[in-house]
Design a binder for this molecule. Structure first.
Ligand SMILES: *Cc1c(COP(=O)(O)O)cnc(C)c1O
Length: 452
């Protein structure tokens, strides 16, 4: 049996390793696992599980580190939070209060961001398939900018803007054909991806944008993927952007703004967290002397480590023929989809201090949904978890709750905001009846049998 307290390269981090790398989490003999200053058992006692928890102080701390890194590099960079990572109004309000704008990818996200008090003129609209209605919504509210992802979209936007008598400030999102070195499902800057405008068509398309009615060609945007650990892909992409800006200017056209995208990675397991200071350095080195305004659009880096998912062990199912037992949780892939979607690894820590020091064993951690993909951890070495033990799944603040579904008629989990020593429910657990609220039964099915 593996020893929980030793670290071997290539092996999973232990409970101690996970805690040591996460300053907002600590284990206490009586209170158990504490997030910021709140014992997580108190939340689970009050609300049950599964329950999401976000940390306000953690969010602020991370925002300030990012902001400071940019300032320390001598850069004036606008930070637009990628709303798709976590669109809860409370999260958006916290980031807004620190100075964040927003990056949105749908009309719904635009409305959410505005509902949280982020003015449209600090919101950028990205995405490969904006509808006419979404374009009109954005223009009507005076959106800061629309990042256009294709020649076709540019023409549609021009027509939409002319029709509603507005001018759309536009950046062309270019595809720099750079491999971000991340998971295939979250890499976006390769020529074969659906995202962005092919690099070698960008100058001509920029000229076209500058000539179209209803369009103000304002700049260039690039976003090469998510969970990026190394700076080399950023530098390569930014170097190509700089080259492009010079080529566009050589044609006599203006470039006012460069949107440097998001993608900075975090440490779920053994990864090195992307350092904001290194990103700032890459931006300054490659783009700092072009005299444009600069923006970034981080999502995961800001919100990921600020969130947890609390869950309870429903039962232990014996493994057959010497296979590891299954630890069946009350959380499932409908709550946290990342493991089933991207084979993502999330740390798992018991909420009770006693459970945390139980002898380690090899287990599979799964949810109750009727899919083999509903697995949170394969061959995990964890302290032995008994029926009813509670655990926290770590680093679920980004691409967590937002990807939840109600598959298997499972209600959306409750959500709590911790802020130092206080906590508040920020989303009630969904009532089961609301799942079929919008179902409509055709009248023919409600007539008594035989009636005509
Ligand atoms: C998803 C996305 C982001 C944020 O990505 P993170 O990896 O969460 O930082 C930023 N910009 C665009 C255009 C995106 O699609």
């Amino acid at each position: 049996m593996a020893d929980t307290f030793s670290t071997h390269p290539g092996q999973d981090p232990t409970v101690q390793d996970l805690l040591a790398a996460r300053p907002a989490l600590s284990m206490h003999a009586i209170d158990g696992l504490v997030f910021e200053d709140v014992p997580l058992n108190a939340i689970a006692d009050a609300l049950g599980t599964p329950t999401w928890v976000m940390g306000a102080r953690t969010l602020r701390t991370r925002y300030h580190r990012l902001d400071r890194a940019m300032r320390d590099a001598g850069l004036d960079v606008d930070i637009h939070f990628a709303v798709k990572a976590n669109d809860h109004l409370a999260v958006l309000k916290i980031l807004r209060a620190q100075g964040a704008g927003a990056d949105v990818v749908s009309g719904g996200e635009l409305r959410r961001a505005m509902a949280a008090g982020i003015p449209a003129n600090e919101i950028v609209f990205s995405g490969v398939g904006k509808t006419r209605a979404e374009m009109e919504l954005a223009l009507h509210h005076g959106i800061a900018r629309i990042n256009v992802e294709s020649a076709e979209e540019l023409e549609l936007l021009s027509a939409a803007a002319v029709a509603c008598g507005r001018t759309a400030p536009v950046a062309l999102r270019i595809n720099p054909d750079v491999d971000a070195g991340t998971h295939a499902k979250i890499t976006t800057g390769l020529a074969g991806n659906k995202f962005g405008i092919p690099y070698d068509r960008a100058v001509d398309l920029y000229a076209r944008a500058a000539s179209l009615p209803g369009i103000h060609a304002a700049g260039i945007a690039v976003h090469i993927g998510s969970q990026i650990e190394r700076m080399q892909p950023y530098r390569a992409a930014y170097a190509r952007v700089a080259e492009l800006v010079r080529a566009i200017r050589a044609r006599g056209l203006g470039v006012e703004v460069i949107d440097c995208g998001g993608g900075l990675g975090i440490s779920y397991r053994h990864e090195t967290e992307g350092a904001p200071e290194a990103l700032a350095h890459a931006i300054r080195t490659e783009l700092g002397d072009l005299g444009t305004r600069l923006e970034i659009e981080p999502g995961r880096w800001l919100a990921g480590p600020a969130g947890l998912l609390l869950s309870t062990v429903v039962l232990r199912k014996r493994g057959y023929d010497g296979m590891p037992p299954f630890i069946v949780l009350d959380a499932a892939m409908n709550d946290l989809a990342r493991p089933s979607l991207y084979d993502a690894w999330h740390g798992i820590i018991p909420l009770s201090a006693r459970d945390a020091v139980a002898p380690a064993e090899q287990v599979h951690v799964v949810g109750p949904v009727c899919e083999s993909g509903d697995t949170f951890g394969h061959d995990r070495t964890l302290p032995r978890l008994h029926d009813g033990a509670r655990v926290a799944l770590l680093d679920t603040g980004a691409y967590g709750m937002v990807m939840s579904s109600t598959y298997n008629a499972r209600a959306m989990a409750a959500q709590v905001l911790v802020d130092g020593a206080r906590w508040d429910v920020i989303r009630a657990r969904q009532k089961i009846e609301t799942l079929w609220e919008c179902d409509i039964i055709p009248e023919t099915l409600t007539r008594p049998a035989g009636a005509e």
